[in-house]
Design a protein around this ligand. Sequence first.
Ligand code: NAI
Ligand code: MG
Length: 489
Amino acid sequence: METTTNKSDLKTDWIYSPAPESTDHIRINQRYDLFINGEFLLPEKEKYFETINPANEKKLADVAEADQADVNTAVTAARKAYENVWSKMDPAERGKYIYRIARLIQERAREFAVIETMDGGKPIRESRDIDIPLVSAHFFYYAGWADKLEYAFPGKQARSIGVAGQIIPWNFPLLMAAWKLAPALATGNTVVLKPAETTPLTAMKLAEIIQEADLPPGVVNIINGDGKTGRALVEHPGIDKIAFTGSTEVGKLIMKTVAGTGKRYTLELGGKAANIIFEDAAIDQAVEGIIDGIFFNQGHVCCAGSRLFVQESVAETVISKLKNRMETLIVGDPLDKNTDIGAINSKMQLDKIKMYVDIGLNEGGTVYQSSCKLPEKGYWHAPTLFTDVSQSHRIVQEEIFGPVLAVQTFRTVDEVITKANNTPYGLSGGVWTDKGAKIFKVSKAIRAGVLWANTFNKFDPSSPFGGYKESGMGREGGLEGLQPYVNLV
Ligand code: NAI
Ligand code: MG
């Protein structure tokens, strides 16, 4: 299992000149208020919190913190808009508004990408090529469904539910907002959205676009704050449905709170995906897939391929190539177009990742980290790989949510299926092999919502996403993503 690769053999000589994305065209206000009823309102208690750029710890803006009274104002606005306007509107008209939002985001894609990168720390290459294009694709996709619900649910009538409370995380801030908003709006519901406290800015930019698109006031309300604000939203009696993406811990709290209230809910929670490499796989492509699976977005991905299973006969080759490739990853300024790995989203998350690396070492794992130089200011973590770990290790069982990969080996198909399923999670997984039959066998046997074959981390608005077991309930995306927002009669 141990390989003989020496770090100095791996060091690349390639030097890239800095290629930072320009920030001249970006407008970030000093202060963002609550977006309620189509206007920006002062918070009741006039309390604000800072959002910073995790790559340099510089403050970007002050953001209004919504308390219970503000949550109530937002829910009341959403209710009024639901009853008087949005639920009564001709579905084709609703669709036009959603198309308009999609187009406006496309027009301002560059601005959105840069702000997403500044506020959250992800590389500009990802926010520019993945997040923002998927955001507008999502709005386009669900805009198309707005007046075709009778085809989505043949023989049934799809009725809207009412007011949705939507709580989202910091790993894909605007994309998660789109995943939540687009299907809710297309089906005739109104929304109170709460972004994550470390990444509120693109949602506030979206509020500007919603104003520009002339969406009727109160259809979308966006309020910020931490867990307290989230809890107030979940507990509010005027909410008919909760949609949440975040930690399994908070997901469980939400389930308890809504139990017996009649509120509907969907939860998209953690993951600990198995990425399985068979000996007959195209090894170089698989190595790229492993890299993408765990280091993409600093590993801040619920479907990250954080558990690698390599067939024993190719383990040495795969691990050696993996270490080699890790050495070439560029860690640094997220705004630089060459950067592969950006900043960790917050100090809290960085501390959590470091804690898990210590746990892995204490449990007897062997660690390998790429020898990249980390910037001094900001929150950073080098790409990290653990070998000599087994099923019972905490770094194999628990979600780390950072660039830390745990590697194990296997001999047979049945063995790897058992190992891959030995987790409380079941969000995603990957399988790499030349044999179609093996793909079908493994993907049927793994209890996870999404299985990628000979690729990883591919998303499309038409494809449903969601988990088994402690990874959550309900699906987002695709036709299935409409269901949580309708009553079928
Ligand atoms: P979190 O689950 O606390 O935060 C997610 C969202 O929920 C944020 O908007 C937050 O303000 C809100 N929230 C927090 N407490 C709440 C409550 N009691 N009621 C309602 N809303 C509440 O996640 P956090 O603290 O940012 O990260 C902790 C860990 O969770 C990460 O290390 C990672 O393992 C996991 N996580 C998983 C995500 C996923 O996409 N599955 C996304 C973010 C975090
Ligand atoms: Mg921030």
